[in-house]
Structure formats: structure tokens, C-alpha cells
Design a binder for this molecule. Structure first.
Ligand SMILES: [Zn+2]
Ligand SMILES: [Zn+2]
Length: 214
């Protein structure tokens, strides 16, 4: 599995193009915007996009989802349906933050904890991790020990919880009860900033390291 990071939007959100190396078929995780740059990277890598995967309903993660889905005629999977209220607000949010226009949409598939998403010969497990938003999900490739965690966890930090329906205690619980059991060796790609491992965050992250109170 090959991962190409394309930072998109003024928020430098890590859109990931995830390519199955056996088939060159790909999924695009969190196309927040700048879709012409995403399309150029897909072409440069000779990949065929099969679906779009969304971790949560925030503008910088799904602002380009509908336009990209239309471009490739592919389905959108995720996030969990509790984030529908965020996706419904996309047109208003894009105006407010001066992003290029984003359309609201309904994903072809809302995701639940325990679901599996597939592209090419690859599959990723879905973990429901509310807190930053109420419908946030995380994608985990068990075969490649790699997780796409959106705005749940960052290298050295955690997601904001001061948005409507954000919940700090729930976020900490999601990280400790859903992410840590996947293993210290798991590398994660966060929605913003550099990648890290769960083990490194358990040792050093001031918000969720082992032994720190929630
Ligand atoms: Zn977010
Ligand atoms: Zn974000």
C-alpha cells in the first residue's frame, strides 16, 4: 500500500491518496479542497480512484468530496451519520472561511464501528472515535499497521473539542479505548502536521500519555 500526502486548503489538511500496489486502485481520504492538486497526484502515480473516504464532517476534510466524487463518478463512504449536521453546513462554512465553494452531500455509505472499507485488494477497519466531532471515524490498515485518524490525535496534541457537540472526555476515551489497543507500533497519519506512532504518543503526548489524568 502506497500513501501520498497532499496538504490541502488554507488549513494544510493531510489529504491521503492510498494506493493498492497490486491493482493501482486507490481511495482518497479526506479531500478537503484543492481537488485539482489531488487529481494531478493521482494521475502522476497512475492510480485509479475507486472511492472517497471521510473521517469527519469538517470543511477542511470533506469540502472537496462532492466535486471529487463527481469527477471520478465514485462513492463517498463515511463519516458516521452523527456528522451529518456538519456536512449540511458546508456551503455556509466555506463562505465564512473564504474557501472555494463546497456542496453539501449525502455519502453513499455512513460508517459504523466495526465496518470494513475496501479498495483494490486492500481493506481498512473502521473505528468510531467521537469527541472532536460526534461522528468521527478512524481508518486502520491492520496489514500495514497504519491508521488515518483525522483530527482525533496529532503528534504531540489532540483534536479541538470546543466546536458544537465536541466532547473532551469522550475524545480522550476514544483515543485510549479505540486507538491504543491497536498497538504501539502503529503509525498514524493525522489530519494536520507530521505522522507519529501510537507508542510515541503514549510516551510523550501531554494530553493522553500513559499515567496522565484525563
Ligand atoms: Zn476537524
Ligand atoms: Zn482538520
Amino acid at each position: 500500500m502506497k500513501v501520498i500526502l497532499v496538504p490541502v486548503t488554507p488549513f494544510q489538511q493531510n489529504c491521503s491518496i492510498v494506493i493498492c500496489e497490486a491493482t493501482q486502485r486507490a481511495a482518497v481520504v479526506d479531500p478537503g479542497g484543492d481537488i485539482e492538486r489531488i487529481i494531478a497526484e493521482v494521475e502522476r502515480n497512475g492510480a485509479t480512484v475507486e472511492k472517497i473516504l471521510l473521517t469527519h464532517g469538517h470543511l477542511d476534510h470533506c469540502g472537496g468530496a462532492k466535486a471529487l466524487a463527481d469527477h471520478y463518478a465514485v462513492p463517498i463512504e463515511g463519516p458516521h451519520k452523527e456528522d451529518a449536521f456538519w456536512i449540511d453546513q458546508l456551503p455556509a462554512q466555506t463562505q465564512r472561511f473564504g474557501f472555494s465553494n463546497a456542496e453539501a452531500f449525502t455519502p453513499e455509505r455512513w460508517l459504523e464501528d466495526g465496518d470494513t472499507v475496501r479498495f483494490g485488494d486492500e481493506s481498512m477497519e473502521v473505528y468510531f472515535c467521537p469527541g472532536h466531532t460526534p461522528g468521527h471515524v478512524v481508518f486502520f490498515s491492520r496489514a500495514h499497521r497504519l491508521a488515518f485518524v483525522g483530527d482525533v490525535l496529532f503528534a504531540g496534541s489532540i483534536g479541538r473539542t470546543d466546536f458544537p457537540r465536541g466532547n473532551h472526555a469522550q475524545l480522550i476515551q476514544s483515543i485510549r479505548e479505540k486507538l491504543w489497543p491497536l498497538g504501539d507500533d502503529v503509525t498514524f497519519v493525522p489530519g494536520h502536521g507530521p505522522a507519529s506512532t501510537f507508542g510515541e504518543e503514549r510516551r510523550t503526548n501531554p494530553f493522553v500519555r500513559d499515567g496522565v489524568a484525563a
